[in-house]
Design a binder for this molecule. Structure first.
Ligand code: GLU
Length: 489
């Protein structure tokens, strides 16, 4: 019987959910869903100084926002917990003990000064800086002297300058030479485990079948492979996702703007757009299709289709996906999601105005590229004190006095037209323009500025219909007052 597929995401809670971390989570999540396996969330908080419970909560929040729910994790438990490395010290100590007992690891009493001197020597000679294993060669007397002097040892794995190979689903078989893996530290002097040891032990005991993570972990994987061998454990399948780079093909970093998923959320990206964007950071369907929901991805995703080439982070592509996904939402859903952004932008929508908000937003749906624009695009719907500034109209063919006369006719039309809807308003206004001998556009612009206070709006008559007769009348009255000022000598 084949083992059930078990994958994991293993964030360090030293920052919020990173774009790269979210990508890793998505790929793992899809694998688990597709295979009916389990997606495990493990928190790698062995670095007590840098780990922060608030960051851990932030990571949960980001993953939940994306809809990447985990089956086991620190907050929900599971059969192979605990899922926080800080609570697993005992398991690591046992593994470190086993490696020490079998002679595959040793206490290294080298001092920090000696290691620094070695690195300096290597640097001066133009060699790669690596630990030479000098601590292995200390005599018992030398060790005793160092102990007496209070040197705190680190536990190092005895790599024996071996070359190491493993098969990667994405990269194929890869090997490093004997000089590339030095005797790395697996535990501190106090017995607490370091990353490579902890990850290996956890992946083993949590029965992780596939380790899918960023390419920047390849150098660790070689070390972890050595640990699997030393501990006599079968290694999982490894797959390393391409490096995320910026448009200059450099590693995606702070200078490229927001690295944290939360920042994209604040800017008004939809989780659907974010996921659609993240999947293309390393995967492609093999045809021209671009828009994928998570359900579609679950059906399509294959680890074998992950690219080797670096994945370029192009925010314009994310913007494009966001526009597509915003337009795909039904308007009630869009309105519900946009409300918090509206509120943050200072737009107060009374509880009984939700339908009005949704009707206005439906008109903006085409133009909306980020939910954070909601307040700016929509405030004219809600500003009951709106004072249209008619100087925005460029009076080219008709002076303000003529425009005032025309707007008085429009006001009359707005008072009487029935029903007060988009087609009826349009027909009536076109007829009025013809009667006045005006080009339609020459009439519509002052009307637009009058009822919305701005030159750029969604289609005029649909906008008027949403605003309603009363608001339009009130605003036309104010516009006439503004026009009187424009035409005053
Ligand atoms: N904790 C590591 C990180 O945050 C991930 C380790 C792993 O995936 O093996 O990058």
């Amino acid at each position: 019987m084949t083992q059930p597929l078990r994958v994991r995401m293993a964030p360090s809670p030293t920052g919020d959910l990173h774009v790269g971390g979210a990508r890793t989570a998505l790929f793992n999540y899809l694998m688990a869903r597709r295979a009916g396996g389990s997606f495990v969330l493990r928190v790698e908080d062995t670095d007590a100084l840098r780990s922060d419970p608030a960051k851990e909560a932030g990571i949960y929040d980001g993953l939940r926002w994306l809809g990447l729910h985990w089956d086991e994790g620190p907050d929900i438990g599971g059969p192979y917990g605990p899922y926080r490395q800080s609570e697993r010290g005992e398991v690591y100590r046992e593994a470190v003990g086993a490696l020490l007992d079998s002679g595959q690891a040793y206490y290294d009493y080298t001092t920090a000064e000696e290691r620094a001197a070695e690195r300096e020597r290597q640097r001066a000679q133009g060699q790669t800086q690596r630990y030479s294993g000098m601590g292995r060669r200390f005599s018992a007397a030398d060790i005793a002297r160092r102990q007496a002097a209070g040197v705190v040892p680190a536990v190092r794995f005895r790599s024996e300058s071996r070359s190491v190979s493993f098969h990667d689903v994405v990269l194929g078989s890869i090997t490093v030479g004997p000089d590339d893996v030095d005797d790395f530290v697996i535990a501190r002097g106090d017995g607490s485990a370091l990353y490579n040891l902890a990850v290996t032990v956890d992946d083993h005991y949590m029965r992780i079948s596939h380790v899918v993570r960023g390419r920047d972990h390849v150098s660790n994987t070689f070390r972890q492979v050595l640990l699997y061998q030393a501990l006599g454990w079968p290694p999982p399948v490894f797959a390393h996702l391409p490096l995320v780079v910026d448009l200059r093909r450099q590693k995606f970093s702070k200078r490229d703007g927001a690295q944290w998923v939360g920042a994209y959320r604040t800017q008004g990206y939809l989780p659907e757009a974010m996921l659609n964007f993240l999947i293309f950071l390393g995967w492609a369907p093999g045809d021209e299709r671009e828009i994928f929901s998570v359900d579609e991805l679950t059906a399509e995703f294959r680890l074998e289709r992950v690219n080797r080439a670096d994945a370029v982070f192009d925010v314009q592509r994310l913007d494009y996906f966001n526009g597509v996904w915003i337009r795909r939402l039904d308007v009630d859903d869009l309105a519900a999601r946009a409300r918090p952004y509206a509120a943050r932008g200072g737009l107060t929508v009374a509880p009984d105005q939700h339908e009005y908000f949704a009707a206005g937003l439906a008109l903006e749906q085409e133009r909306l590229s980020h939910l954070s624009q909601t307040a700016d695009l929509m405030d004219f719907f809600f500003d009951d004190a709106l004072q249209p500034d008619m100087r925005q109209v460029r009076f080219r063919r008709h002076d303000p006095a003529a425009a005032a006369a025309a707007l008085r006719r429009v006001a009359e039309l707005v008072r009487t037209v029935d029903p007060f809807d988009d087609p009826t308003l349009e027909a009536a206004m076109r007829a009025l323009a013809a009667e006045l001998g005006w080009k339609a556009g020459d009439l519509f612009m002052p009307v637009r500025v009058a009822v919305t206070g701005r030159r750029a709006t969604p289609p005029l008559f649909a906008t008027m219909a949403v605003l309603g007769r009363q608001r339009c009348q009130e605003r036309l009255r104010r516009a006439l007052a503004s026009l009187a000022e424009c035409s005053a000598p």
